[in-house]
Write a protein that binds this ligand. Structure first.
Ligand SMILES: [Fe+2]
Ligand SMILES: [Fe+2]
Length: 215
């Protein structure tokens, strides 16, 4: 989605209760979307005690993020909505990679998992401030929550970088894994974005006819 169209989409979406409910439900779902219990597996596989602590802190942060977004829903008097699979980034990535069900056993598995987590975290760092901007005029408290979570996601990018790089053994191996993960995430992100646009348009929450015509 073009950035301007993406901005228009978000601005329209948060003007209604249904749209706010949808955006926040997607956010809760994404934060809770620990498919295949990846953090448990990583905590088992990562041997260095300090790194293991980082894995656990990262997992706990994501649980807290989900609670923060759930808190926004309840403050607004809205219920968490079930999110269809095609709107879930983790589901779309699994469709490309074969899923998160494969056990994490080797250093290579740890590298691949952290490369993918990093790509997902980077997307949060990029997107959450834009979502915060959209919420700013209609619900500043929710806007602040998105900014707060974005700050944590920046820290998570660093966690992923240090643990992934360590297990890769050398820069070239890590960079290759990261490039593959970013390419997969990009395709999945575009797929989810288009599916979400269709979903929200069908429900009358957004109408991008003019924005698309002007692009
Ligand atoms: Fe998060
Ligand atoms: Fe994160």
């Amino acid at each position: 989605m073009d950035t301007d169209i993406g901005t228009t989409f978000l601005a329209q979406l948060v003007t209604t209760d249904a749209g706010r409910q949808h955006m926040l439900s997607i956010s809760v779902d994404a934060e809770e979307g620990d498919e295949g219990h990846i953090f448990e597996q990583l905590a088992d596989r990562v041997e260095d005690p300090k790194m293991k602590q980082i894995v656990e802190r990262h997992r706990d942060d994501e649980v807290r993020h989900a609670q923060l977004f759930r808190g926004c829903l309840s403050r607004l008097g809205l219920e968490m909505q079930a999110i269809p699979d095609e709107l879930k980034i983790v589901h779309q990535i699994a469709a490309v990679t074969g899923g998160f069900d494969d056990p994490i056993e080797t250093s290579g598995d740890v590298v691949a998992a952290y490369a993918m987590l990093l790509a997902i975290e980077e997307r949060g760092v990029e997107r959450f401030p834009l979502i915060a901007d959209a919420f700013r005029s209609v619900d500043p408290e929710t806007a602040d929550v998105y900014l707060r979570v974005a700050r944590d996601e920046r820290g998570h990018v660093n966690y992923c970088e240090s643990i992934g790089r360590h297990h890769a053994g050398d820069d070239a191996t890590w960079r290759t894994a990261l490039a593959e993960a970013r390419a997969i995430e990009e395709v999945a992100f575009l797929g989810v974005g288009l599916a979400n646009l269709t979903y929200c348009t069908e429900r009358g929450w957004v109408d991008l006819t003019e924005a698309v015509g002007a692009a």
